[in-house]
Design a protein around this ligand. Sequence first.
Ligand code: HEC
Ligand code: HEC
Length: 199
Amino acid sequence: MISRRGFSLARRHVPLALRAACLALLGLGGCNEPTGLELTAEAIASCPGEEATETQTQAGATMLPGRVCGACHRSGGQAQNSPWTLAGTIYSDGSAKCNSPGQAGVTIQVLYTADDPMGRYRKNDVQPGGTLTSNEAGNFYSTGFFVTPLRIRVFTGPSDQPTKEMYMTTLVGLDPVTKQSVRVDCNTCHNTTTPRVYL
Ligand code: HEC
Ligand code: HEC
């Protein structure tokens, strides 16, 4: 069972021994601990100086905009039942704060960066499952598996005649050292040093 409850900062002080007992008694996932921001310095660090609001800490699609979703949504994380392969938040301004209003209805597309040697797809085609739409918090996320590295396009309006459109030059999703595909958390890079993802 996946817990859909909100979680609160107040839970941070539950003693470890008690958590362990709780997990042992109820089994993983049957227990509501630990489910808080307390274990995710990474999530907090992606929005320096900003407290998440009560609403933002309700687990679900509009939760914690601007934060590094994969701090929790990954194997071994608090939300390991929903491990996003790609996730982020889009704003209407690159200097937006995490808690600024996100932008809904923007299309985020994951494109191939090379032709398939077997001829099944071409460079810049959209990958299967690679069209996402930002929700009312500006959030978007996917559990899809993509061919890396990825090229990213964001736009509004029709695909062939976008109202606004941007491409990221940097290719993502492939670790340059290990050559392994890795989780793409847009909010890891797009926070204080690189402008927020915006359109
Ligand atoms: C501090 C940890 C944390 C962060 C950061 C976080 N989440 Fe969550 N999220 C959870 C927990 C815990 C749940 C509930 C358990 C679960 O669904 O795995 C959850 C649930 C969800 C769900 C419901 C999943 C389902 O299967 O119904 C969605 C959608 C979601 N989060 C999206 C996001 C997005 C998008 C981001 C980033 C903008 C994000 N979350 C950031 C902890 C987090
Ligand atoms: C590894 C760090 C990193 C990740 C991860 C990342 N980006 Fe970027 N992004 C950058 C950098 C650096 C730039 C500026 C240079 C460029 O265009 O590549 C950028 C630029 C962009 C631009 C163009 C902005 C402009 O003003 O032209 C868009 C759009 C964008 N990113 C969207 C995304 C989305 C959506 C994701 C997640 C799917 C993402 N990025 C993930 C580092 C990253």
